[in-house]
Design a protein around this ligand. Structure first.
Ligand code: MF3
Ligand code: CO
Ligand code: CO
Length: 259
């Protein structure tokens, strides 16, 4: 069941989303060779709590940390550890969900560690642009499949792989609500989008083949061919007219991804 939010509820989600943006920017500014993913976890956890919110990934289905940190061929759900020290040339995705005043916000950024290869830079660029291609089609009256097909067509046109098993999702009082928002699909199919629907679009994109597997820790998802992967995610609300407001960006996405 899709839960439509009213303007007061949206304002709560915007407040949670803007805090999440600040946290992710702070973390991104601290990513550098030599820090560990546990350092990132600690910074995230502290900043979220100082601002009166709670890291909602901690304990979610038993997840042991407050943020997902996925390095290079790790696509999603990487577990922060004092043993994982970042090295120049790597890329790291930081996927973070928090809850403030009972309302969730979910966003993910993939950032370079120092200088990275042209291939990894392109991968990050393709992943972000795939997001914006989906966002542009998240319009009142369109269907979920319009988002999915736009994400897939763009990423595949750039010869990248698109994960099948993990998807975007509705979000609100719960981290995961209906509908599921896949990154592959067929335009014109799926649930119809309506104003007040709040959801995430979150392309998980690989430089090589999209097939992946879960490590023995029960969480970390890694590409089978060990090609690097990137992940980009925002929480948004469908509007009556025009593209969605992005609740996890301070300008609501007014620039549509253009710098
Ligand atoms: N933030 C993730 C998402 O985009 C969920 C993380 S799974 C968890 O849906 F176990 F880490 F919480
Ligand atoms: Co997320
Ligand atoms: Co999500």
């Amino acid at each position: 069941m899709i839960i439509i939010k009213n303007p007061i509820q949206i304002e709560h989600m915007r407040s949670a989303g803007h805090l999440l943006y600040d946290v992710l920017q702070y973390l991104a500014s601290n990513v550098s060779p030599g820090i560990t993913t546990e350092d990132i976890n600690r910074m995230a956890d502290e900043m979220i709590r100082k601002n009166g919110a709670i890291p909602s990934e901690l304990g979610y289905m038993g997840f042991p940390k407050s943020i997902c940190t996925s390095v290079d061929d790790e696509v999603i759900h990487g577990i922060p550890s004092p043993d994982i020290r970042l090295e120049e040339g790597q890329i790291i995705s930081m996927d973070l969900t928090l809850v403030k005043d009972g309302w969730q916000a979910d966003s993910c950024l993939t950032v370079p560690v120092g200088q990275i290869s042209d291939e990894k830079r392109t991968l990050i660029e393709v992943t972000e642009q795939a997001f914006w291609e989906g966002w542009k089609r998240a319009l009142n009256g369109n269907r979920v499949g319009d988002i999915s097909s736009a994400v897939q067509m763009y990423a595949e046109s750039r010869h990248c792989g698109v994960l099948r098993e993990y998807t975007g999702h509705g979000i609100g009082r719960e981290m995961h609500e209906d509908p599921s928002v896949p990154n592959t699909g067929i335009a014109g199919r799926g649930q119809r989008l309506r104003p007040g629907m709040t959801l995430t679009i979150e392309p998980m994109i690989t430089w090589g083949h999209y097939q992946c597997h879960e490590l023995a820790n029960g969480w970390t998802v890694v590409t089978n061919d060990h090609s690097p992967a990137a992940h980009y995610e925002h929480t948004m609300v469908i509007r009556k007219d025009g593209c969605p407001e992005i609740l996890t960006l301070p300008d609501g996405g007014a620039r549509g991804g253009r710098a």
